[in-house]
Design a protein around this ligand. Structure first.
Ligand SMILES: C[S@@+](CC[C@H](N)C(=O)[O-])C[C@H]1O[C@@H](n2cnc3c(N)ncnc32)[C@H](O)[C@@H]1O
Length: 280
């Protein structure tokens, strides 16, 4: 029997070529009407995510796709969800959190012992990342001495973070010692203890808009698996901004497949496992 064996990269190239530059501009305008800017993202990433949305949307051609984006707001938000991948879970990259507990947090607690430890999770998604840090701080008896904030561009993800309800699959790497902070509230769904939820302030914020920030400085800044989707120039600007937003001696925690780019690269000292200290 004949089998159509398409090479995956050819298949991807075919899907990406579905969108011309003009098509892309049409989509960009529709998305920007509801206040989401697409120019921060890498073109190849956007092409992949929009193609994925198009292919699963059961429309037969691009005109139909554009019409649906204009007439059906739920469909438009579904596209935005496809672009803003919210994938996250508690203690993602477990060994990094071990390093945070054993080495990084004690270092910060010691260096800044007379001050509240200020922590910011950028691109926090559903909150699993910052709540993982809250659990560790709680186990070190330091949660009350910390000021935790977390931000994201995605309203839905923030609502979930504030609600504090999680599915079992999002708790797959959670150490058993923290299970008692959850109560079962549905099928394979668990609600986080109010005392942990109250420790974090969540807010809506677009990190690509570098003009929109105040002058706060942080001791620990976490930005993992967010800038990976951005263009190189913006990544470099963001790493410079992260440097500025850290206190001297403060620490930046980045994603497993990320590295600091641009001129701020030499102003950080690696502390292993994707943690970098502001040294200059
Ligand atoms: C893959 S999730 C990573 C979540 C978490 N940091 C982790 O590593 O588990 C990426 C998050 O970045 C957010 N994001 C994407 N663009 C953003 C922007 N311009 N400003 C703020 N957050 C953004 C997305 O909404 C999403 O929640």
């Amino acid at each position: 029997m004949y089998q159509n064996k398409t090479n995956p990269s050819e298949e991807l190239a075919r899907k990406i070529s579905l969108f011309s530059e003009i098509d892309f501009k049409v989509i960009q305008r529709k998305v920007e009407k509801i206040g989401i800017k697409l120019d921060a993202y890498r073109e190849d990433y956007l092409a992949r995510r929009i193609s994925y949305h198009f292919n699963r949307s059961l429309v037969s051609n691009l005109n139909e796709y554009f019409d649906k984006l204009s007439s059906d707001e739920v469909f438009l938000f579904d596209l935005i969800d496809c672009i803003n991948v919210n994938f996250s879970y508690f203690f993602r990259d477990f060994e990094k959190f071990e390093h945070l507990k054993q080495f990084i947090l004690p270092l910060l607690m010691n260096a800044f012992q007379h001050r509240k430890l200020k922590v910011w999770s950028v691109g926090c998604s559903i909150g699993a990342e910052i709540f993982s840090i809250s659990f560790i701080l709680k186990s070190l008896n330091y949660l009350e001495s910390a000021n935790l904030v977390a931000s994201d561009i995605d309203r839905e993800a923030l609502l979930r973070a504030k609600d504090g309800k999680y599915f079992l699959r999002e708790m797959r790497s959670l150490p058993t010692e923290y299970l008692n902070y959850f109560t079962e509230c549905g099928e394979k769904e668990f609600s986080l203890d109010q005392s942990i939820k109250d420790a974090v302030k969540f807010y809506l914020h677009d990190i690509s808009n570098l003009n929109s920030l105040n002058n706060n400085k942080y001791h620990l800044l976490i930005c993992r698996n967010v800038v990976i989707y951005f263009k190189k120039e913006l990544k470099e600007k963001l790493y410079s901004a992260f440097y500025e937003w850290l206190e001297p001696g403060g620490i930046l925690f980045i994603g497993a497949n990320e590295s600091i780019l641009g001129e701020s690269k030499n102003k950080f000292q690696s502390l292993g496992k994707q943690f970098y200290r502001k040294v200059i």
